[in-house]
Design a protein around this ligand. Sequence first.
Ligand code: AMP
Length: 304
Amino acid sequence: MIRLATVAEMRAACDAARADGGRVGFVPTMGFFHEGHRSLMRAARAENDFVVVSVFVNPTQFGPDEDLAAYPRDLEGDAAATEAEGVDVLFLPTVDEMYRDGARTTVHVSGLTERLCGASRPGHFDGVTTVVAKLFSIVGPSRAYFGRKDAQQLAVIRRMTTDLDLPVDVVGCPLVRETDGLARSSRNVYLDADDRQAATILSGALYMASEAVVRGQRDAAAIRQLIVETVAHAPQVRLDYVEVVDAATLEPVDQLAGDTLVALAAFVGKARLIDNVTITFPAGVPTPDLGVLTASTGMQEADH
Ligand code: AMP
């Protein structure tokens, strides 16, 4: 594995891989790797000839009062993980390399970015779509891998890729959880032992909501209420939002019928955590996808 830091070097390495007939798989990240990230790398390694992982803590997707300065970093740990997963290039651009003087262009996806996390993190998704569009341009991947942990981000990236006719297959990968259900996140490191324990109420509430749907509940307000009441049992967990929305458009639904995303965000100690379950109805049967408990207990198929 090699490390590259400049746009020119990264572009040249991918040009060379493509010139040999190789297909490039790409995993954009902000680093501080856990099993969630590693599961994306494994999917990319299995399906492509040349695998690029980027680590870039993108300042434009953080609000002024958010955790940009404190965001956890472990460059050597990340390099060891990418090496172990058989990644070809670890791309580590600086902020100056990614945002050269005079840049004036923002990629904005309207509608989908205004609800859920977009409501409490204004400008966040503009930062995400702009940097991902730039990274797609630099790397030129055939396939790019994103986790369903960030379900809204995945929907927004899919929309952007379709709208801009970008020749990239956006692959959604299963949400990876700790064995007690907590969604893996680089930000879990902010939690002390009490908060860490309390945070499991979030996946527990989503599990209960999923069970209610399986038993026949279809009313979005009732599902929302069930989650709010469940999370209220953990006083140190403060919900930011709970929403029941169409999985593709992210528009609110009243009754569950098609593919539905039940998504939440909550403040726990110093962390803002997100979690979700997607419920689909193959042959009319409600089928919740809560992800996988650990990467080593078996990976589900990625959806293309
Ligand atoms: P981040 O470094 O947090 O920006 O995440 C980089 C990529 O890893 C994104 O596509 C995330 O959705 C994905 N990811 C982060 N956590 C998880 C998780 N627990 N399960 C699956 N994918 C994840």
